[in-house]
Design a protein around this ligand. Structure first.
Ligand SMILES: *Cc1c(COP(=O)(O)O)cnc(C)c1O
Length: 463
């Protein structure tokens, strides 16, 4: 009889076959690089970055199965066999009968917004996402946030902070009238809230309320597999269900969905527009020809669609998603050891540093999260991104900054790319910046683009 059972760690369910060397730089080199990039991590050259946690979008490592599929691209202009294989998998995993490929998620958002929204319509959702809201506004609509209040509090540990507040939604419907709400959207996990999932229970309640009022429900399914994983872990009755079953059940409550394939599907490019509404599908199929390409490729090469179809088969494997979320959690737990202020619970794709608490001496006008992301890069070459006042943009009516409650730096983990040792180095660098935080003074914006300013805005250090 063994005396005691040793706790077993998990490890990645894959091994490394190809490596990509990364450049090691000095602090002086990074100071210069940061200045040249206007202290915006989006404007850095990727070769100057040591560990790249800017985003998990399109930065994933594909499997040998996916790479093998890349050689099977049917690059016909029309009717590529990769398209039909992908379509079959969309029916199988998302349960949607109709599908149009797009080059990215935002192209699908563009079509959904343009087809469904009329001027002055209101589109409620569980917190905004940058590109989603931009497309709603460009189509003449107005986004209204109906997420539960807990989502705006980074210390609140509610297990489903991505939930919609049913009362808020119902009040809104009463106030503006169901006929002025073309659809409600739900994203899961909610990126801007720190990667927080919604529960199946909440989804069912939202769906029932909207059915009563004849309002459609659309799904930003970009990270739906992560949401399914959290439902399996945290919601009663789902412990024994597979990720595949839960994903299918989630999707069954929606009229349509869009996906940035650059996330869950572990590819470098691609997007999905899918629906069970034939009329909306017909319009999208027609519109895609103008903006993306023929409806059987939608701006993608045949090989890209093959990699997406294969990635879909891998994304629902339990060990895969467990390792992905396990790595994010590991980073969070290590940061806790240095008392770094974080958003709770840890997100599915990213750890969020609470910049307001990290740099309490800085006012939101001097861009604490933007500053912190730049300082971490200068310290170690680790690249994160701002998710605060810069990302929130200006109110289109008043022209003033929006002041979001959350002022965060996001460290996002590309799937299957970095090792535990990379995470350790990242944590040590953030701990060092935290030690030196009192010296940090903030930034001044010196260039501001009109749309999605966080991508291209430039800053100067305040001296
Ligand atoms: C990335 C993302 C998008 C936009 O997709 P792109 O492929 O970058 O155009 C939309 N919604 C969510 C939740 C995302 O994470």
């Amino acid at each position: 009889m063994p005396k005691k059972t040793i706790k077993r760690s998990w490890a990645e369910p894959f091994k490394i076959k190809v490596v990509e060397p990364i450049k090691m730089t000095t602090r002086a080199y990074r100071e210069k690089a940061a200045k040249e990039a206007g202290y915006n991590t989006f404007l850095l050259k990727s070769e100057d970055v040591y560990i790249d946690l800017l985003t998990d979008s399109g930065t994933n490592a594909m499997s040998d199965y996916q790479w093998a599929g890349m050689m099977l691209g049917d690059e016909a202009y029309a009717g590529s066999k990769n398209f039909y294989y992908l379509w079959d998998n969309i029916k199988k995993y998302y349960g949607m009968p109709y599908f149009v490929p797009t080059h990215q998620g935002r192209a699908a958002e563009h079509m959904v917004s343009k087809i469904l929204i009329k001027p002055n319509n209101v589109v409620p959702g569980n917190m905004y996402f940058t590109t989603t809201r931009e497309h709603i506004e460009l189509a003449g609509g107005k986004f209204v946030d109906v997420i539960i209040d807990q989502a705006h509090n980074p210390q609140n540990t509610h297990p489903f902070k991505g939930n919609i507040n049913i009362n808020k939604l119902e009040d809104l419907i009463k106030k503006v009238g169901a006929k002025n709400i073309p659809y409600v959207f739900m994203a899961g996990p909610v990126n801007m809230a720190g990667g927080q999932p919604f529960s199946m229970k909440n989804l069912k309640e939202v769906s029932a309320l909207l059915k009563k009022h004849g309002i459609k429900l659309w799904f930003d399914a970009t990270r739906a597999v992560e949401n399914a994983y959290y439902i399996k872990l945290r919601e009663k009755g789902y412990e024994k269900k597979s990720i595949e079953q839960i994903l299918k059940e989630i999707c069954s409550h929606f009229d349509g969905l869009w996906v940035s394939a650059k996330k869950d599907l572990m590819v470098n490019i691609g997007g999905i527009f899918a629906t069970r509404d034939k009329r909306v599908y017909e319009e999208a199929r027609n519109m895609v020809v103008v903006y993306e390409g023929l409806h059987t490729y939608g701006g993608l090469a045949g090989r890209d669609m093959e990699a997406m179809a294969r990635g879909m088969e891998e994304m629902v494997q339990f060990d895969n998603i467990k390792a992905r979320i396990g790595q994010v959690e590991y980073c969070g737990k290590q940061l806790e050891k240095y008392n770094i202020p974080l958003v709770y619970p840890f997100g599915g794709h990213a750890i969020f540093l609470d910049a307001k608490k990290f740099l309490p001496h800085l006012k939101q006008d001097v861009f604490p999260a933007q500053t912190l992301a730049a300082e971490i890069f200068i310290d170690s070459g680790v690249r994160g991104m701002e998710r605060g006042i810069v990302s929130a943009g200006r109110d289109p009516n008043t022209g003033k900054h929006r002041y979001p409650k959350l002022e965060l730096v996001r460290l996002t983990f590309p799937r299957r790319v970095y090792t535990q040792a990379h995470i350790d180095v990242t944590v040590e660098s953030i701990a060092q910046v935290y030690e030196d935080r009192k010296k940090i003074k903030g930034l001044k914006m010196v260039y501001e683009p009109k749309h999605l300013r966080f991508f291209q805005a430039r800053f100067k250090k305040i001296s």
